[in-house]
Write a protein that binds this ligand. Structure first.
Ligand SMILES: [Zn+2]
Ligand SMILES: [Zn+2]
Length: 174
């Protein structure tokens, strides 16, 4: 979702290591005969700095900045078209984000491992034609026990009603 540009810590790490190797004057000789160079290879450093800058630029051109800086924002576009933004450091894994649009019932669960937002949906199945469709989970959560909501089946246009029902269960005897 959105136009997030992937951040590859390995790639940046590799460039960083290459830079450190070239720019730091310490080089471990591979044999006793090998001479220790005291100055970095200027052309090599220039090339690596160029590559590193290009990588940083590529990342920063995405709408998601993922450095450890404070105040970075993560954004995504809701199904309703509204753009939602959150401060990266305030987001916790599994946190539920409601769309900022007051007329929208969509909500998303934040997945920290890949910094994505998963739509929270409730699946309804048409008993007539078996068509499945997702409705916003928050619509169901907001529903009172004496209310119901209805949807038109996307397959056969049949009206599907959603309401809360008490359910009975029995614990197995131990
Ligand atoms: Zn929305
Ligand atoms: Zn149907």
């Amino acid at each position: 979702m959105g136009t997030q540009i992937g951040f590859n810590p390995n790639k940046l790490g590799k460039l960083w290591n290459a830079l450190a190797r070239l720019a730091l004057h310490i080089e471990i000789p591979t044999s006793k005969q090998a001479t220790v160079k005291h100055y970095g290879n200027i052309d090599g450093i220039r090339e690596k700095v160029g590559q590193t800058l290009a990588e940083i630029k590529r990342i920063s051109e995405g709408n998601m900045l993922m450095s450890s800086g404070i105040g970075q924002e993560v954004s995504f576009e809701c199904y309703c078209g509204s753009k939602n933004k959150r401060k990266h450091e305030l987001l916790e894994d599994g946190q539920i984000i409601n769309c900022i649009n007051p007329d929208c019932d969509e909500s998303y669960g934040y997945v920290k491992s890949d910094m994505s937002f998963g739509r929270r949906a409730f699946e309804i199945v048409c008993r007539r034609c078996d068509t499945r469709q997702d409705i916003p989970k928050r619509m169901v959560e907001k529903l009172r026990t004496d209310q119901h909501i209805h949807f038109d089946c996307e397959g056969c246009a049949e009206t599907i009603e959603v309401s809360w029902r008490p359910m009975q269960a029995q614990r197995p005897q131990s």
